[in-house]
Design a protein around this ligand. Structure first.
Ligand SMILES: Cc1cc2nc3c(=O)[nH]c(=O)nc-3n(C[C@H](O)[C@H](O)[C@H](O)COP(=O)(O)O)c2cc1C
Length: 173
């Protein structure tokens, strides 16, 4: 898949083929995509916990109000950042986007889960107290074929301007 195709077609996926296993090499590529991300001052104040254990995935589901689909994922990655760095959330979010695009190009979908009982998940995953659990990202093979998904975005004219805010952007395409 071309990069531009992956970027424009990637979607949030919550409907996974239940527990279908992803090869370790694919998981490794996703983790490398996270590690390769640029960060403010190149501080890289992030950690990525790969969770494959089904009992842990089940517990994470119970501790995530908006993460009902975690239990059906192939695996999940908890993204942990360090609040001593004021850019930690931005850096972590960019790493998640790189993971999502890498996963998509390997046929996997994922979703950011944000409403989490952070204190309890931190205990469950032995995350040090001073660190921040940014998100849990479940990954899995979509139940539908990728062509069965539709993206819903604002039109370009509403979000892109030429030279000044609100001015028409003349796009060649
Ligand atoms: C910062 C952030 C937080 C999100 N939190 C959740 C969440 O807690 N649970 C969930 O199912 N999806 C969550 N999502 C997924 C969004 O709802 C989804 O990306 C958005 O509706 C667009 O869908 P699409 O990517 O399929 O077009 C989150 C996405 C982002 C970027």
């Amino acid at each position: 898949m071309q990069i531009s195709e992956a970027i424009t077609s990637v979607l949030t996926v919550r409907d996974y083929k239940h527990g279908a296993k992803a090869p370790d090499a694919v998981i490794r590529r996703i983790v490398e995509a996270a590690r390769s991300t640029a960060s403010a001052h190149n501080r890289q104040t992030w950690y990525f916990i790969v969770i494959k254990d089904r009992a842990t995935l089940e517990k994470l589901t119970e501790l995530s109000k908006t993460g009902e689909h975690i239990r059906f994922a192939s695996f999940a990655i908890a993204v942990v950042t360090n609040p001593s760095n004021k850019w930690h959330r931005i850096d972590g979010a960019r790493a998640v986007q790189n993971m999502a695009i890498q996963a998509w190009s390997d046929g996997l979908g994922c979703s950011w889960v944000g409403t989490i009982n952070r204190e309890r998940v931190k205990k469950l995953l032995s995350i040090p107290k001073n660190l921040y659990l940014l998100t849990i990202v479940p990954f899995g093979y979509p139940k539908r074929t990728l062509s069965g998904f539709r993206k819903n975005r604002k039109p370009l004219s509403e979000v892109a301007f030429g030279e000044k805010f609100g001015a028409n952007y003349e796009s060649p395409g």
